[in-house]
Structures are given as structure tokens and as C-alpha cells.
Design a protein around this ligand. Structure first.
Ligand SMILES: NC(=O)c1ccc[n+]([C@@H]2O[C@H](COP(=O)([O-])OP(=O)(O)OC[C@H]3O[C@@H](n4cnc5c(N)ncnc54)[C@H](OP(=O)(O)O)[C@@H]3O)[C@@H](O)[C@H]2O)c1
Length: 264
């Protein structure tokens, strides 16, 4: 019997990560589910086993903690084969950088940058050798924009876009068939905004995407080897337009946005 593909999803206990796990299970994958909330992961594992016969391993890890990241990387080294790595775990923070709690800012860089550096290195070693596999780095439209209020978030997602682009070029120039993708969603229904207690109604309802749509666009793009996936044409146009706007105008808009944030 053919071996089932294996996928490791970080931040699988909620939102976009849980949706990746569900859609990959539909594709016949077994899964390694990573996050801090073990009970959530266990419930998802039981659901995917019952509905799709997916064998799921629950790996509790806080990706802001070095030892936990090393444990997840070690697990990647141990498995005989890895077909997908979904670097999805992430969170937002509220308030300007110099007012915000420093630990939250440091942890954001640990989860959005350092954990991804290590897990991607472990996965790519395996995937390049096995001559197959796909990595999705869950970035954001914020990776193309500037914000006077979400400095670390925007900076880490800009980094993630550039990191993924670099890997894409290295893989292509090595003739490797391994695929990498930066998935850049706009506002998406998940627990993200509940965690930072942001009122969703400040964003027009029509701009919100479903996690199901975002993930199916990502997996469709991965099948085609697409480097950047920006779900929904309006966000694609926004990113294209922003690339044409001169920096002083972008700064003016970001500063005005930052002032509005202070008033609110
Ligand atoms: N929702 C949006 O509007 C939106 C837009 C663009 C990009 N994104 C990106 O999408 C990704 C997923 O976010 P989401 O919207 O699905 O939010 P979510 O529903 O809040 O899920 C976030 C996931 O990340 C995990 N996580 C957070 N900190 C972690 C840590 N220190 N260690 C391990 N896991 C951690 C959480 O699990 P535990 O709490 O159980 O650890 C949870 O499973 C993030 O990278 C986010 O930046 C979201």
C-alpha cells in the first residue's frame, strides 16, 4: 500500500492552521499538529482520524521557547519523510512598539522568525534529499505594507516574504523540485483578532475572508508552484497599487493611520 504523505502544521489549534490540517487530511495526509493548547490539538486529531482516517501526532510546543523549537525540529529530522511544512503559528500585538510590552515583541520575532528559520532548515534538508515537498510560510498582506502601529508584525512578515523569496531562488537555481510559498492573506476570520481584543467591525465586512478560502487558495497555488499567494483579487490589487505609490505618500498614510490608532 502506498505510504500516506505527512504534513507538519504549526499553530494547528485554531484558525488558519486548523483549516490547513483539515484540508490536508482531506488530501490523504497524516499530520503532526503543533501548538501550545494540547486539548485543542487532541480534539482535532480525533476528528481527523474519525473523518479522514488521518494518523495524527500531537506535539505540544511553545515556539517562542528555544528548547521547544529544537524538539519540533528534532521530530522533523526523525521522520522518514516529510511532504508538507506549514509554518503558520503567529499572533498580533496591540499598540505602538515603544508602548508595548517588550516580551510580546521579542516573542513575536521568536515565533514569526527564529522558529521558522529552524523548522524550515530541518524540513528543507529532508525535502531536498527526497526531491519532493512543499513549505507554506503564512505571511500576510502586512508583509507588503507599512503601519504606524504594528511595527514588529509588519517587519516580521516583510522578513518572511523576503526569506521565502530567497529560498525559492535557491531551490530553483539548484534544480530542486521542492516548492516554497509565502501565503499573504488579508483580514481572515479566525481567533487572531479575539486574542488581541480588536473589534472586527472596524473593518468592512466584505473585506473579511474565510480561513477555508485562504487555505484552498494556498494549496492550489502550492500545486502550481506559486511563490506568492494573495487570496482575493482586491488584496492582490491593493498590493500591486501600493508598489506604485511613492514612499513619502505611503509614510503620510501610515502616520495618519497611526494617529487614528492613538485616538482610538
Ligand atoms: N487572521 C488574520 O486576519 C490574518 C491575516 C494575515 C495573516 N495571518 C497569519 O495567519 C497565521 C495564523 O493566524 P490565525 O489568523 O489563524 O490566528 P489564530 O486563530 O489566533 O491562530 C493562531 C495559532 O498560532 C498558534 N500560536 C500562537 N503563538 C504560538 C506560540 N508561541 N507557540 C506555538 N503556537 C503558537 C496558536 O496556538 P496556541 O495558542 O494553542 O499555541 C494558534 O493555533 C498567523 O501567522 C497570522 O499572522 C492572519
Amino acid at each position: 500500500m502506498a505510504q500516506r504523505p505527512l504534513a507538519l502544521v504549526t499553530g494547528a489549534s485554531a484558525g488558519i492552521g486548523a483549516t490547513f490540517a483539515r484540508q490536508l487530511a482531506v488530501r490523504g495526509c497524516d499530520l503532526i499538529l503543533v501548538a501550545r493548547r494540547v486539548e485543542r490539538l487532541q480534539a482535532l486529531a480525533a476528528e481527523l482520524q474519525a473523518t479522514h482516517g488521518a494518523k495524527c501526532e500531537v506535539l505540544a510546543a511553545d515556539l517562542a521557547v528555544d528548547a521547544d523549537v529544537a524538539r519540533v525540529a528534532e521530530r522533523i529530522h526523525e521522520v522518514p519523510r516529510l511532504d508538507y511544512l506549514i509554518n503558520n503559528a503567529g499572533f498580533g500585538t496591540k499598540g505602538k512598539y515603544f508602548h508595548a510590552d517588550l516580551l510580546g515583541q521579542v516573542n513575536m520575532h521568536r515565533v514569526h522568525v527564529l522558529a521558522i528559520v529552524q523548522l524550515t532548515h530541518a524540513a528543507l534538508k529532508k525535502m531536498v534529499e527526497q526531491q519532493a515537498g512543499g513549505i507554506v510560510n503564512v505571511s500576510s498582506v502586512a508583509g507588503f505594507t507599512l503601519s504606524g502601529g504594528g511595527t514588529s508584525y509588519s517587519a516580521t512578515k516583510h522578513w518572511l516574504n523576503t526569506f521565502t523569496e530567497g529560498l525559492y531562488l535557491e531551490l530553483r537555481s539548484s534544480g530542486s523540485p521542492v516548492k516554497v510559498q509565502a501565503l499573504c492573506p488579508g483580514f481572515t476570520y479566525s481567533e487572531f483578532h479575539d486574542v488581541i481584543e480588536v473589534d472586527r467591525s472596524v473593518v468592512p465586512e466584505t473585506l473579511w475572508l474565510s480561513a477555508d478560502f485562504v487555505v484552498s487558495e494556498s494549496l492550489r497555488g502550492l500545486d502550481r508552484g506559486q511563490l506568492f499567494v494573495i487570496p482575493d483579487f482586491r488584496y492582490r490589487w491593493l498590493v500591486r497599487l501600493l508598489a506604485l505609490v511613492p514612499s513619502p505618500l505611503i509614510y503620510w498614510g501610515a502616520i495618519r493611520g497611526g494617529r487614528r490608532l492613538r485616538r482610538n
